[in-house]
Ligand binder design. Structure first.
Ligand code: SAM
Length: 283
């Protein structure tokens, strides 16, 4: 197998942007892919809090690939990912713009609306991570396929999720049948598909690997990804603990709790003697 990870140090970078996401374990591969494929144009369909997208941008910056990057999303969320609060995009912009605005653009639109802004055969790397029903992923792939260049690579997230009506696995089984491909099974599954007739040289090993080599490639990127997943889980738990502590403080200082303490410690009658200020404040 012709793959030396030390040729692509981007894959060892720790992500600067790590929010709640199901994508964390694929960040090392995303960073490797950006560095190895050196796409001229990268488009992501479905960015949510921007974790996968910012990983690509970080690698583009780190490896100086000269890629133009576009994230397309309504930033409303959906029934699978959950609804997104308006502040999520504001937060993402505050991280993204100072670092990446020179070469990257957050496009607030539906995938269909964004299509017309891209020339035919212009996109080298496309990441499809929108709605995950069979119909939605098939439509995303088929409508964007004419935009893919001769050396085009398409990524599909969630190829290994078999719950609710997630059906990327079903479309992946069809679409991979006639094209060079590799699938990572960890991190909910990530399908890598070569859709053009010219596979970039640095990526050929992915598609030519035998079963032993595939196991090694999977293990390598899984190992790198799992440390990022561990840090993400820790941060999510820390945030949860902090919000519980804030809630506890609010409840402890509330009017209802002060009344409860007085009743408990001094009896019901003593309540009448105390004043609690404006009942519309501090509930
Ligand atoms: C699974 S999330 C993306 C996760 C993201 N890649 C990450 O790193 O965590 C899917 C996103 O796709 C967006 N989406 C789904 N269908 C869409 C459509 N037709 N047009 C625009 N955005 C869409 C949702 O708003 C949601 O933010």
């Amino acid at each position: 197998m012709n793959f030396n990870p030390l040729d692509f140090p981007a894959c060892l970078e720790f992500p600067l942007w790590l929010e709640e996401t199901a994508w964390a374990e694929h960040i090392p591969f995303a960073m490797f892919l950006a560095a190895a494929a050196r796409p001229r144009i990268f488009v992501e369909l479905g960015s949510f809090r921007g974790v996968s997208y910012c990983a690509f941008c970080q690698a583009v910056n780190f490896s100086k690939t000269g890629t133009q990057c576009y994230a397309v999303d309504t930033w409303q969320g959906d029934a699978h990912a959950g609804l997104l609060e308006e502040s999520a995009l504001t937060k993402l912009k505050a991280h993204h713009d100072p670092l990446y605005a020179d070469f990257s653009c957050l496009v607030r639109a539906t995938f269909d609306e964004a299509l017309e802004h891209f020339a035919e055969a212009s996109i080298d790397l496309l990441h499809i991570d929108g709605f995950h029903t069979y119909e939605a992923v098939k439509r995303d792939f088929e409508t964007w396929l004419p935009k893919m260049s001769k050396s085009g690579i398409v990524l599909f997230h969630d190829t290994n999720v078999r719950e609710r009506d997630f059906e990327v696995w079903k479309f992946w089984a069809e679409v991979k049948a006639t094209r060079p491909h590799l699938e990572f099974l960890h991190g909910h599954g990530l399908g890598v598909l070569a859709v053009g007739e010219e596979v970039p040289n640095a990526l050929k090993f992915l598609f030519e690997a035998d079963s032993d080599a595939i196991s090694l490639i999977r293990a390598f990127f899984y190992q790198l990804g799992s440390r990022i997943e561990a840090v993400k889980t820790l941060r999510v738990q820390q945030n949860y603990i902090e919000s519980l502590q804030t809630y506890e403080r609010v409840v402890k200082n509330s009017r209802a709790m002060r009344i409860y303490r007085i009743i408990k410690e001094e009896g019901f009658k003593s309540l009448r003697k105390k004043s609690f200020g404006n009942p519309n404040q501090d509930r």
